[in-house]
Design a protein around this ligand. Structure first.
Ligand SMILES: [Zn+2]
Ligand SMILES: [Zn+2]
Length: 257
């Protein structure tokens, strides 16, 4: 195979293609999620919508703009990561026989846990008033969140979010399938957590899921009350550090605590 030359033109083309993929993914996934929950199953999910007030078009425009800006940064980091892999600097592997098969789900969990730990502490740091203004305020401009809030961050915050995956894959052996699964989970989780509708099951399962994994209700409280519920995927750090706050009455109804 011909050696790939990472010159300026090739790099710009690759970043542009990845940017388009990321933006299309955002519109398609967020759009499909919105359509499924707020249109197709509206009647069934009506009581699970956390806030039925309409969101202003201005807020949605701003969220979409910042999300597109985030896509530029994610694309640059994505191609940077591809370069690291291409040059053999990462621990990514493709031979399924290299590690036992059970290591694939375990590696996904390990990476999600590292990312969750990193984000919990960076997130708390970003809530220090001086830092908050420059890094995190943009994301909190959305008090009532929607599917479009999922990647609406100030570029400085996006940088902090984007850097962790390349750093992890330098050290943690990951099959390409595991990496793909992580990227998909990142998208799904960001959308679910901001969509403003609780989709976790009711009753016993719901309470289990809601106790361990962050969902719309949990993250909604963060956007409304600020200094609590900082986690990304798991409730672990919020529980350990005592920063988990009560869910709204609507949330409690669905995810018994
Ligand atoms: Zn958020
Ligand atoms: Zn925050």
């Amino acid at each position: 195979m011909q050696e790939l030359n990472f010159n300026i033109t090739t790099t710009i083309v690759m970043v542009s293609v990845l940017f388009l993929i990321i933006v299309i993914r955002y519109f398609v996934f967020s759009g499909a999620y919105y359509y499924t929950t707020f249109v197709l199953f509206r009647k069934r999910l009506l009581s699970r919508i956390l806030d039925t007030n309409p969101i202003s078009p201005g807020q949605i425009r701003s969220e979409v703009s910042y999300s597109i800006l985030s896509a530029v940064i994610f694309a640059i980091f994505g191609i940077g990561t591809y370069w690291l892999w291409y040059k053999g600097f990462t621990a990514i592997y493709q031979d399924l026989g290299l590690y036992p098969l059970w290591y694939i789900p375990l590696s996904v969990f390990i990476v999600l846990f590292i990312q969750d730990t990193y984000y919990y502490w960076v997130h708390r740091w970003m809530h220090i008033p001086k830092v908050y203004r420059y890094f995190h305020k943009v994301h909190h401009n959305s008090v009532q969140t929607s599917v479009w809030t999922s990647f609406s961050f100030h570029p400085l915050e996006t940088l902090l979010q984007a850097i962790i995956i390349p750093l992890i894959i330098l050290w943690v052996p990951l099959h390409t399938y595991a990496l793909l699964a992580i990227l998909i989970i990142m998208t799904i989780s960001a959308t679910i957590n901001h969509a403003g509708v609780e989709i976790y099951p009711k009753g016993k399962y719901g309470s289990w899921v809601g106790k361990l994994i962050i969902g719309a209700t949990h993250h909604d409280v963060h956007h409304r009350k600020f200094l609590c519920n900082y986690g990304l995927y798991f409730t672990f750090w919020d529980r350990l550090m005592g920063t988990e706050r009560e869910l709204s009455s609507k949330g409690k109804k669905f995810l018994k605590r």
